[in-house]
Design a protein around this ligand. Structure first.
Ligand code: ATP
Length: 503
């Protein structure tokens, strides 16, 4: 909900995870900077993905292609002609909207109303409440449902170009959310291209129009044959890449969920034509397993299979995650056929074919793509981790329950007091552990406050050095989530931490 989301955003700033870009100049819309902790969390998510995709698959290799690409790339890929969103302006409020999002939000509002009715009835009827029956008999709820069905029927699953006039009519007819109540003063819906343009070269005559890449995938497609030949790759094989992408989003909202500069983690899997269905299923399952392995809760994921498909796809699904503002796309899995390679063959005049030594034939491979936004994954992990717990003594504690493998700092080493040689012992532990983990030293404030600070920071372990340590070479290790404390030998610390943070 909205309150929880506000807490997420302010916690991200307060604990050095995410700052607004150029904040001293009042920020830049939908552009963010990762701070000292955020950069570590982001790196750990990227590494976790890379390990699962590249290190653990002997038929997947990585590349790091340039952000700038030859401008013809984007003609071939279809982005120059078709990478746009439907835009609509309200002439009274002078506000700009994405027409499809406006309608989507409207549907979400109706859904929220249904949910509210359900909750109310549940409270009233208690044990006797039957949700199915309620949904199918309650007049008000049926009215809401009918409204959503009408909208979906008129527009299909997503909004396509030919629907634009229809969308405008619908926005007016429904009096959809607009700061000027009941306003019908809308412009027509226009298609707005999302690519950022720039120029390469110094002199005006020789300068070349370029685009900042709106996705990393094309860097993989144009390198397909280079990698296949130099890596002696046999189909099926994959190429993975992480890197920045840029989109001039019409309306940027929801913090780092939709940014104008963001990072993608993509993998293109090259396969034999005809095998796309089995690979689509394989990657759906494999990617969902990866998400679930982080322990954010199995109920927080769902597939959203696309009914209307993009021109390049013969099957597509999203893995949606339950963000504080509802289920939204986190990752896309697309069966892209041979569309991209064929387009690049046509526009470059170069063959991008694979020779199958066993079958003695050449063909243009099909492609199965998995594409996830690193920033969106960050938001999923971070928002899921932030909890406020009621403790037994009627106080609350704020804990960032990040999966240990992703936490920026794995352990904080705390001398109980700032004297009697305890800081020296604690610093020695830091020196030993920092070869293996990101650890931190903290001696300021009472130890209880230091525990709370590390809880809110997401640090899975606190290790306290006290006077007994000087006698028995043992320390107290405290677990962030359970707050359980154990006495352990200093020499065992490395293995104890490793057991939790290694994957
Ligand atoms: P959406 O429908 O949310 O705009 P999309 O379908 O355009 O996303 P893709 O082009 O399939 O997204 O990109 C793959 C992934 O990249 C998405 O699943 C998402 O995680 C991420 N992504 C796309 N656009 C953005 C953005 N503006 N900011 C952050 N992440 C993004």
């Amino acid at each position: 909900n909205e309150d929880q989301f506000k807490k997420v955003i302010s916690h991200a700033k307060e604990y050095g995870y995410v700052f607004q870009s150029s904040e001293i100049y009042d920020g830049l819309s939908a552009v963010y900077d990762y701070a000292q902790n955020g950069v570590e969390l982001k790196k750990n998510i990227r590494d976790y993905w890379w390990k699962a995709m590249v290190q653990m698959h002997d038929n997947i290799v990585g590349i790091d292609a340039a952000i700038f690409m030859h401008p013809t790339t984007w003609k071939a890929s279809g982005h120059v002609d078709a990478f746009s969103d439907p835009l609509i302006d309200n002439k009274d409020s002078k506000k700009r909207y994405r027409a499809d999002v406006l309608v989507e939000d409207y549907c979400a509002k109706i859904e929220a109303k249904i949910e509210k009715e359900v909750k109310k009835a549940e409270k009233r009827f208690g044990e006797a409440f039957n949700k199915e029956e309620f949904l199918s008999t309650n007049g008000r709820v049926l009215g809401y449902q009918e409204k959503i069905e009408t909208i979906l029927k008129r527009l299909g699953q997503s909004l396509e170009k030919e629907d634009l006039a229809d969308v405008k009519a619908l926005i007016e007819e429904l009096g959809i959310a607009c700061p000027v109540a009941g306003s019908k003063n809308w412009t027509d819906v226009k298609q707005f291209n999302l690519m950022f343009g720039t120029k390469l070269g110094a002199s005006a005559e020789s300068a070349m129009d370029l685009y900042l890449r709106p996705e990393t995938a094309q860097g993989i497609f144009v390198n397909f044959l280079n990698v296949q030949k130099t890596g002696r790759m046999k189909i099926p094989f994959g190429i993975a890449q992480t890197g920045k992408a840029f989109r001039n989003e019409i309306v940027a909202r929801q913090f780092i969920f939709r940014m104008r500069e963001f990072e993608q983690m993509e993998m293109q899997f090259f396969i034999k034509p005809g095998t796309q269905k089995e690979w689509f299923d394989y990657w759906k399952e494999t990617r969902l397993k990866w998400h679930k392995s982080l322990g954010l809760g199995a109920d927080n994921y769902r597939f959203h299979d696309h009914e209307k498909l993009a021109h390049y796809a013969d099957a597509a699904t999203d893995i949606e995650f339950k963000f504080p503002f509802g289920f939204k796309e986190l990752e896309g899995i697309h069966s892209r056929t041979d569309f991209d390679l064929k387009q690049h063959e046509e526009f470059s005049g170069k063959k991008l074919q694979y020779f199958d030594h066993e079958d003695k034939e050449s063909y243009t491979p099909y492609v199965l793509e998995t594409s996830i936004g690193l920033d969106r994954m960050f938001l999923a992990v971070f928002s899921n981790a932030l909890v406020e717990e009621e403790l037994e003594n009627n106080t609350t504690r704020t804990v960032l329950k990040l999966p240990a493998v992703l936490a920026p700092t794995k352990a904080a080493i705390l001398p109980l007091v700032k004297k009697d040689g305890l800081p020296e012992v604690a610093k020695k532990i830091v020196e030993d552990l920092k070869w293996d983990f990101n650890v931190t030293y903290d001696e300021k404030d009472a130890v209880g406050r230091r525990y709370r600070r590390q809880d809110a920071n997401g640090t899975p372990f606190c290790i306290t050095v006290d006077h007994d340590t000087l006698e028995d070479n043992s320390v107290t290790i405290r677990h962030r989530d359970t707050m359980e404390q154990k006495r352990v030998k200093i020499e065992d610390l490395k293995d104890i931490i490793k057991a939790e943070v290694d994957v």
